[in-house]
Design a protein around this ligand. Structure first.
Ligand code: GLY
Length: 409
């Protein structure tokens, strides 16, 4: 059953490509308006400890919402947080859908809070932060200022490339544990680099992205096409030092969101390069996902290998990323319908009462029931901004695929 049916002429028939898209794009607008109030409240009521920590570390202002905390408070993050770009990205998708300047202004406002990140070379998360926010903004407005910010972001990300190993370093933390950790999530930051070569004509970014994707393909995957979370490299030889997890059940398990980043990442690499090695890889990962996710509703548990009990949490974010990736993949192969069907199954589940929030609740987030990092006791069974972002992206991809009109609301 759909969580919400709004609008004249809509019905509750869960027919993807029509009502389900329109109802949920409408629902997203209502929820994001709730989010604006929640953000104001959280900003004004920030705890003294949080303010002191932020000021002591020079993190700057609070920007966008990330998740709901167990005590019911809204977690706003400074721009340096890896998730700071998703909320503005959602606002750009709503602007694209509605063509309404209210959303454009809101999207600009929440994007502009992130500009300083263009110089932040301490993290690989540049694509998540800047391409989801400024990238969508530039795609929709052609604003030259956004283009310059994105190009600087790509330059900064490229400084993390380690040529002898052929990878971009992911994290700087845990230096006593890893020499040069690369996480599968990093595949999601390559689109920014491909974009930068297209816009600048400088092939450096493209080459870095391709090398990173090839090295990851070689070292991150098991014979069944499931992937490790963290690969540790020796940056002088390129040798693999460790194959670990940080957010999964165990080193050898298949962490659900990692598998989703992988299929999405290799699908976009094929789009950008036309290299069929990447396409074949994306297909193999997709087939592994469909084989391994055994839940009735296609929403995975937080790790494919997690023992299943009544309490085992699902990860709606992994499902949303998978759906967005599968929709694109479905357009690239002759038998793509099976991937579209699977994505539609995911979207129907996410759009049901089981995962979709009730209007006015869930602190303005659209989806419930995601997992951030269970082994670290963080964000377990909670709304997460990136689940919402990729859910909206998946709905947009359905609209593009099925020729559903964008509205002037
Ligand atoms: N990129 C971090 C995560 O997926 O949790």
């Amino acid at each position: 059953m759909l969580g919400l049916c709004i609008g004249i002429g809509s019905s509750c028939t869960p027919k993807l490509g029509n009502t389900i898209v329109e109802d949920n794009m409408m629902f997203a607008q209502l929820q994001l308006r709730v989010a604006f109030d929640e953000i104001d409240y959280a900003r004004t009521n920030e705890s003294p400890e949080s303010r002191e920590k932020r000021e002591k570390n020079g993190w700057g202002e609070l920007t966008n919402p990330r998740n709901s905390e167990p005590d019911g408070s809204l977690h706003l993050v400074p721009s340096k947080d890896w998730t700071s770009g998703f909320f503005p990205g959602e606002l750009w998708y709503i602007y694209e859908y509605t063509q309404n300047n209210f959303w454009k202004k809101k999207a600009q406002q929440h994007t502009d809070m992130l500009e300083q990140e263009k110089m932040n070379g301490k993290t690989h998360d540049m694509g998540f932060k800047m391409y989801c926010s400024y990238g969508n903004g530039y795609r929709l407005t052609q604003d030259e200022r956004y283009k310059e910010i994105l190009l600087q972001s790509a330059r900064t990300l490229a400084t993390r490339y380690k040529p002898a190993a052929g990878i971009i370093r992911s994290w700087d933390h845990n230096k006593n544990k890893w020499q040069c950790p690369v996480i599968i999530d990093n595949m999601m930051n390559l689109e920014l680099l491909f974009w930068a070569t297209r816009e600048s004509g400088d092939s450096t970014y493209y080459n870095i992205a391709v090398n990173h994707a090839r090295t990851t393909l070689k070292n991150h995957f098991r014979p069944d096409y499931s992937c490790y979370h963290v690969i540790d490299y020796d940056t002088s030889t390129g040798n693999v030092l460790k194959k670990n997890t940080h957010q999964g059940l165990s080193h050898e398990s298949a962490w659900s969101r990692g598998q989703a980043w992988a299929v999405y990442g290799y699908t976009s690499c094929y789009r950008e390069t036309n290299d069929t090695t990447f396409l074949n890889f994306a297909v193999n990962i997709a087939d592994m996902i469909m084989e391994r996710v055994k839940t009735d509703d296609a929403i995975p548990y937080w790790d494919y290998d997690a023992p299943v009990t009544e309490e085992t949490p699902r990860d709606a974010s992994a499902a949303a990323v998978t759906a967005a990736g599968f929709i694109e993949l479905s357009t690239m192969v002759p038998d793509g319908k099976k991937y579209l069907d699977y994505a539609e199954k995911i979207l129907k589940s996410l759009s049901s009462d089981a995962y979709l929030a009730k209007v006015g609740e869930n602190q303005g987030f659209i989806l419930m029931h995601s997992v951030g990092s269970l082994p670290n006791g963080s964000e377990i069974d909670t709304p997460l901004n990136y689940a919402d972002y990729y859910y909206l992206e998946a709905l947009k991809r359905v609209m593009d695929l099925k020729g559903i009109n964008y509205k002037n609301i």
